[in-house]
Design a binder for this molecule. Structure first.
Ligand code: TYD
Length: 479
């Protein structure tokens, strides 16, 4: 799959040295889920190039003079189930296993910091170079989490299980000199020199040496390290991590982290709340990510989310939409129950995900909100009642209604190869088109902008960004 969200991880080739660069402006190079996907693809690409003899050494680094700040807490706010948390762990375990197995030297260049999962990334490299004033921060326990990306087993292999445990329990922040003494890093850049420059010089010299010998040594070294079965430890790590992820302590730690970002005594400008609406197949999810990427590239913090949410009511709704309610012979709930569930999910979503992010000054982009309830549940229930049960909810600052005809939406859905949900029926979708048009016409006070969604997706993306700028940038300074 190619990354639809922009090049958050890129490769730059300097002779036979490859620079693998994580670039998340505005997020301290923290890894969002899209970045993780992108990293997996770049590691694949590297593997081909190394095997073809085109790359002989790799420098893993972050853009803008800092390494990686772990997982992006904002993006990960909507990882709301144990299964999703396991997947998060599995994906990065796999990517870092492949990174570690590249048959050439891989050097982490740690400028400024590596934090939490960022340390786990550094530990998956063969060698670590750190800037003289940089640090490693084993921050997991502060977020009530364990490692998730193979970090604890790699740390234990490097410094011994006892010391690994101490570093993690203490949420230790280890500066360059101590990191070298503990063997956590292999070299400190000269004062005033960047870790990147130092790592590049080292990689360039390693790239001159016979690659097959370096690769053979790496294999031997990895072999001697892995007396225990890393697969079994990774499985255990996944299940332990996902349980910690779902514990209320983690939720509380994240809320605390978000509230701490606010300068003391100063209420930050609230984040913007932007909603995408449209038919199934209108392209709202793609457009949400395009807009998020554009805003992030301006250094803005953005949470992308959607409804049904990833929370417990949202998961129940997914079952209902797929006619998979086990206790009902037809797998379904009555239309009124579904309408109430959507409203209930929305309240929960607002309280646990959207409001805390907006309060922290983060722009939230949501794929569907209560207009969907009006357009969809309004077909099978009294529209006034649907409107009532959704009343008094937070109003969006901007609603981007992506319009396509029911026919275009149907043909796009046909290429998706997924089992149709209950509303994905042509006649129903035609009525939803009319309902959306009605909403756009009659809700004059609402900030709805209609976007022609039948054009090329980059063009649609430009229109969405223009609408955002026209409506929101001019209002007051962004948070
Ligand atoms: P959708 O965003 O299309 O999810 P996906 O593309 O991942 O399946 O939402 C799923 C369905 O839920 C879609 O058919 C619209 C419907 N829906 C409602 O009927 N009412 C609502 O309030 C919301 C939020 C969604």
């Amino acid at each position: 799959m190619s990354d639809p969200h922009g090049p958050e991880v890129r490769l730059e080739l300097v002779g036979q040295v490859a620079l693998l660069i994580v670039e998340r402006p505005g997020a301290c190079n923290a890894l969002a889920r899209s970045t993780m996907v992108s990293l997996g693809e770049v590691v694949n690409e590297l593997d081909h190039r190394v095997n073809a003899g085109l790359v002989r050494a790799v420098v893993f680094m972050g853009a803008s003079g800092r390494f990686v700040a772990g997982g992006d807490v904002i993006d990960l706010l909507n990882v709301k189930s144990e299964v999703a948390a396991q997947e998060l762990s599995r994906g990065m375990q796999d990517t870092l296993r492949r990174l570690a197995a590249l048959s050439c030297p891989v050097i982490a260049a740690i400028d400024a910091y590596a934090i939490g999962g960022g340390v786990e990334v550094a530990l998956a490299c063969d060698l670590r170079v750190i800037a003289a004033d940089a640090f490693l921060h084993f921050k997991h326990v502060d977020l009530a989490l364990t490692t998730a990306w193979g970090g604890q087993r790699r740390l234990a292999a490097l410094v011994g299980p006892q010391r690994a445990l101490r570093l993690l329990w203490d949420a230790a922040k280890v500066y360059a000199e101590d990191a070298l003494r503990l063997d956590l890093v292999d070299r400190i850049a000269a004062p005033g020199e960047s870790a990147e420059a130092c790592a590049r010089a080292w990689a360039t010299s390693l790239a001159q040496r016979p690659p097959h010998v370096l690769a053979a040594m790496k294999r031997l070294s990895r072999r001697s390290e892995s007396e225990v079965d890393p697969g079994a430890i990774d499985r255990l790590e996944r299940s332990i991590f996902s349980a910690a992820w779902m514990h209320s302590d983690h939720d509380a730690a994240v809320q605390h982290l978000l509230s701490e970002r606010r300068p003391r005594g100063v209420v930050p400008p609230r984040g913007r709340f932007v909603v995408f609406e449209g038919l199934d197949g209108a392209g709202t999810t793609t457009q949400m990510h395009l807009l998020a990427t554009a805003l992030r590239s301006r250094g803005q913090e953005v949470l992308t989310t959607g409804e049904p949410s990833g929370g417990p009511i949202g998961r129940l709704l997914r079952e209902a939409l797929g006619s998979r309610i086990a206790e009902r012979t037809d797998g379904r709930f009555p239309a009124a129950s579904i309408a109430l569930l959507f409203a209930a999910d929305r309240h929960d979503h607002l309280k646990h995900e959207i409001e805390p992010a907006l309060d922290a000054g983060i722009t939230v982009i949501c794929d569907r909100f209560d207009y969907s309830s009006l357009a969809y549940q309004g077909q099978e229930n009294d529209p006034d009642w649907v409107s009532t049960i959704n009343r008094s909810l937070l109003r969006p600052d901007l609603v981007l209604l992506v319009q396509v005809t029911a026919e275009v939406a149907a043909s796009r859905r046909a290429t998706r190869n997924s089992v149709p949900e209950i509303y994905e029926v042509d006649d129903f979708q035609r009525r939803v088109v009319l309902a959306y048009a009605d909403i756009a016409r009659h809700r004059e006070g609402d900030p709805i902008v209609t976007i022609d969604g039948e054009r090329d997706r980059a063009e649609v993306g430009r229109s969405c960004l223009e609408a955002f700028d026209a409506r929101l940038v001019s209002l007051k300074p962004m948070g």
